[in-house]
Design a protein around this ligand. Structure first.
Ligand SMILES: Nc1nc2c(ncn2[C@@H]2O[C@H](COP(=O)(O)OP(=O)(O)OP(=O)(O)O)[C@@H](O)[C@H]2O)c(=O)[nH]1
Ligand SMILES: [Zn+2]
Length: 359
């Protein structure tokens, strides 16, 4: 009996299923009492079906609510009442700031004050971790949940999302690179089937001395396209080149595109930047924090590879603090200032002014 039971999904596995469901536009059951669906992927047909069940409420982060002038009674989020005549376009306009400037008036909006915000909080956290816009529609269930939907306990889901990802090595092989011939790429995979992360080891760095290290967050536009809007591409190059020259180092390539909001949301942020908002304001207008990355992953990977001390290539003091807080000693911060262009001067200045980067 024990064995049959253990074949079922763990809470972490269920959570990953829920992410996939939300990305498809399927609702998930929260704590057995409501259905939650991401606004970004919601279809008109599903909205109609959900309306048949009860009165929906739209969960938005306090950042998004602030822009929309919706009252925030729940600290980090607001639960906005959905009027009888509101259609899918109304919901989408509240979730997505793309047309805010063209059509600023969406209200007046009324927010729920009574009751528990825990379900809404879990729904928003789920949408974020699925790299969708942080906006979710919640509908209370009066009867049993529809068959076949993924069911989660809201409090447990929030704990799982906040928990540290456990990564296991999957495979590794030699990859000689332009910048460093003695390269080896290691792939790590979380046990819940989530995002994989990579480590590139240059040479054979000693484990008992501080290793030259770089924690690089994925940037498709900078790393692959050579975008001039940021400094990621040149930083990646310069870090590998320095490791190549010194003959040893480790670069973690963390799949946390767009400071953890995903590439689709990053392009939404870029469109807002074209409307005049800076990189931090754009994240906030979308409903995200400035930085949604889980910095613990970097520390965990370094320790897994046997490195307890680093000389960290970064201009971001938050990375230094995070490593120290998670058991990796930063013996030295090595500045990494490359790739300044007229396209990214304002972006780098904003990071220095608002995110504490050292220019
Ligand atoms: N949301 C958002 N993400 C961006 C933007 N520009 C770049 N990014 C992302 O920002 C991250 C930059 O990561 P890093 O270079 O590792 O980190 P950093 O915090 O700048 O710190 P250091 O480079 O180490 O000094 C990447 O995930 C990029 O995809 C932007 O305008 N908006
Ligand atoms: Zn970049």
């Amino acid at each position: 009996m024990e064995q049959i039971l253990s074949l079922g999904p763990t809470p972490a596995e269920r959570l990953n299923r829920a992410r996939a469901d939300l990305r498809m536009g399927l609702p998930v059951v929260l704590s057995g009492v409501c259905l939650a669906v991401a606004v970004e992927t919601l279809s008109a047909a599903r909205l109609a079906a959900l309306r048949g069940l009860g009165r929906p409420v739209l969960a938005l982060t306090s950042w998004r609510a602030e822009t929309l002038k919706a009252r925030v009674y729940d600290g980090d989020l607001a639960r906005v009442r959905v009027p009888e005549d509101a259609d899918l376009a109304w919901l989408q306009a509240l979730a997505d700031p793309a047309d805010d400037l063209r059509m600023p008036m969406k209200g007046p909006l009324a927010s729920e004050r009574e009751g528990d915000a825990g379900l809404a909080r879990a729904a928003i956290a789920l949408a974020k971790s699925a790299h969708l816009l942080p906006a979710a529609l919640l509908v209370p269930l009066t009867g049993p949940a529809p068959e076949g939907l993924t069911a989660l306990d809201a409090a447990q889901a929030l704990r799982e999302i906040a928990a540290e990802t456990v990564l296991a090595p999957v495979s590794a092989a030699r990859v000689p690179m332009r910048a460093a011939e003695k390269g080896r790429l290691h792939i790590f995979r979380p046990d819940d089937g989530g995002e994989e992360h990579y480590a590139i080891e240059i040479g054979a760095p000693a484990r008992d001395k501080p290793v030259l290290a770089r924690l690089h967050s994925a940037c498709f536009t900078g790393d692959v396209l050579g975008s001039l809007k940021c400094d990621c591409g040149p930083q990646l190059d310069a870090a590998l080149t320095q490791m190549g020259h010194e003959g040893a180092g480790v670069l973690l390539y963390l799949n946390q595109e767009g400071r953890g909001i995903g590439l689709a949301n990053k392009m939404r942020a870029y469109s807002l930047q074209d409307q005049g908002f800076d990189t931090v304001e754009a994240n906030h207008r979308l409903g995200f924090e400035d930085d949604e990355r889980d910095f613990r992953i970097g520390a965990a990977l370094l320790k897994k590879l046997g490195f307890a001390q680093v000389r960290l290539l970064t201009n971001n003091p938050a990375k230094v603090r995070m490593l120290e807080a998670n058991g990796v000693h930063v013996a030295e911060r090595v500045p990494l200032k490359v790739g300044l262009s007229r396209h990214n001067a304002a972006y780098l200045a904003t990071k220095a002014a608002k995110s504490g980067h050292i220019l």
